[in-house]
Design a protein around this ligand. Structure first.
Ligand code: ZN
Length: 285
């Protein structure tokens, strides 16, 4: 199943369009995309029965310009750094460095086709597989981890490097949480839709130049392992999202460094999900 946030209303994507969840379910499920995760098992069961009759009262046009974040108001946002060996090396960390956990504060989350105002500093791109939690998870065991995942989407972990790296102890969470610094989308894809959910091509292009290209199977800690480690400390709540780390090819470690500028277009792609596009503008005076 593909589930999207169309102008604030949950829709299930079907051949040639989309079905409005609240209308098609006659109110059993509300329109709020975030609320569906609190009743995920029942919702997924219902969604599997949705029919796709063209012209049905609940069918709507899937206007991609109106897509919001699939999980627009997560209670917790986890983010993982240094989860691909080549990226850990380019960032200057030893090969055995443990993935680091931080947050992107939820006010930074936006959806497809966001226009992000660039703050002063050096704003960098990171394409990431984003995991959305569908069932509460505390002290998970590895073999049950995927059962707690509602779906996968694409994320861009935008980062202002001066804020992030200043001081003796870096400010990862703050430097990655300016408004619009958490694009996610274009929609959520349930794990059963992938031929191999643990091995997906992942890439990013900046104004048509390929900057990152890898596979999610190159993660040092795969999705189940991340869920085990995070849930050993924090209960993972329905609708929480996890940015799972970025492969090599970020701007800060290029020679010379390359950072986002006004009018840049960042396109991130993950196999089996689609593409997520973000545009940038200069800060207003
Ligand atoms: Zn990242």
């Amino acid at each position: 199943m593909r589930l999207a946030n169309l102008a604030g209303r949950a829709v299930v994507i079907v051949e040639g369009g989309a079905i409005d969840v609240a209308t098609a379910s006659e109110g059993r499920f509300g329109p709020d995309p975030q609320a569906l995760f609190d009743d995920w098992d029942a919702f997924a069961q219902w969604a599997s029965t949705v029919t796709t009759d063209a012209g049905a009262p609940a069918s709507v046009v899937l206007d991609e310009a109106a897509l919001g974040a699939p999980a627009p108001r997560p209670r917790q946002v986890f983010a993982i750094g240094l989860n691909y060996a080549e990226h850990a090396a380019e960032a200057g960390y030893p090969p055995d460095a443990l993935p680091v956990t931080f947050t992107k504060f939820p006010s930074s989350i936006v959806g497809q086709d966001a226009v992000v105002e660039l703050p002063e500093g050096n704003v960098d791109w990171e394409v990431e597989l984003v995991v959305v939690i569908g069932r509460e998870a505390h002290r998970l065991e590895r073999e049950h981890a995927w059962d707690h995942v509602a779906g996968l989407t694409i994320g861009q972990d935008l980062s202002e490097r001066i804020t992030q790296l200043q001081g003796a102890a870096p400010q990862f969470s703050l430097g990655k949480s300016f408004p619009g610094f958490g694009p996610t989308g274009p929609w959520l894809v349930t794990p059963d839709e992938f031929a191999d959910r643990d091995d997906l091509a992942i890439s990013s292009r900046l104004s048509d130049e390929t900057m990152q290209s890898s596979r999610t199977s190159m993660m040092l800690y795969d999705v189940p392992e991340l869920l085990v480690r995070l849930s050993a400390v924090c209960p993972l709540l329905p609708g929480d999202i996890i940015f799972s780390g970025t492969p090599a090819g970020i701007g800060n470690r290029r020679t010379p460094p390359r950072f986002l500028t006004a009018d840049d277009v960042l396109v991130s792609e993950i196999e089996g999900i689609g593409t997520l596009t973000t545009r940038f503008t200069a800060a207003a005076d």
